[in-house]
Design a protein around this ligand. Structure first.
Ligand code: ZN
Ligand code: ZN
Length: 139
């Protein structure tokens, strides 16, 4: 898996490549699953931004599309690197285990549906998360 050039990505979006932004992107890239603020903090070693700073940073990174914010119905935001490939998440409604679902079966259907809309003709993004019971919780 190629490591993305975070410095370059930040500069392209006109954000300064600060040490803490680079550290956060490194955490998201290496963990490869959606993380909440607390989980991001536990993986940060050299830099310790407080929650307000970290939330603001995540907002900035989400706004420019470097990071994607995900709602997993857990009352707090989760974040991941903006995926290069469309994928979705399946979340255990009991133990909150998260797994990526690769590929997207929806995108053609979504575009067809939008064509029938009065005011829109195509999408730029979509959100779709799946909630289920994992095998361990089912037993
Ligand atoms: Zn479970
Ligand atoms: Zn999709």
């Amino acid at each position: 898996m190629n490591q993305r050039d975070h410095k370059k990505i930040l500069r392209e979006k006109k954000l300064k490549a600060t040490k803490s932004r680079l550290a956060v992107l490194q955490v998201l890239e290496s963990q490869r699953q959606p993380l909440d603020i607390e989980a991001i903090k536990t993986h940060l070693t050299d830099t310790r931004p407080n929650n307000v700073t970290l939330y603001r940073m995540m907002e900035d990174l989400s706004r420019v599309g470097i990071v994607r914010q995900i709602d997993l119905r857990q009352g707090r935001a989760f974040f991941e690197m903006m995926p290069l490939e469309d994928h979705h998440h399946i979340v255990c409604a009991s133990c909150n285990k998260i797994e990526d679902i690769h590929g997207c079966i929806l995108v053609d259907e979504i575009e067809r549906t939008i064509k029938k809309s009065k005011n829109f003709d195509s999408s730029i993004d979509h959100v779709f998360e799946i909630f289920a019971l994992c095998k361990a919780c089912k037993n």
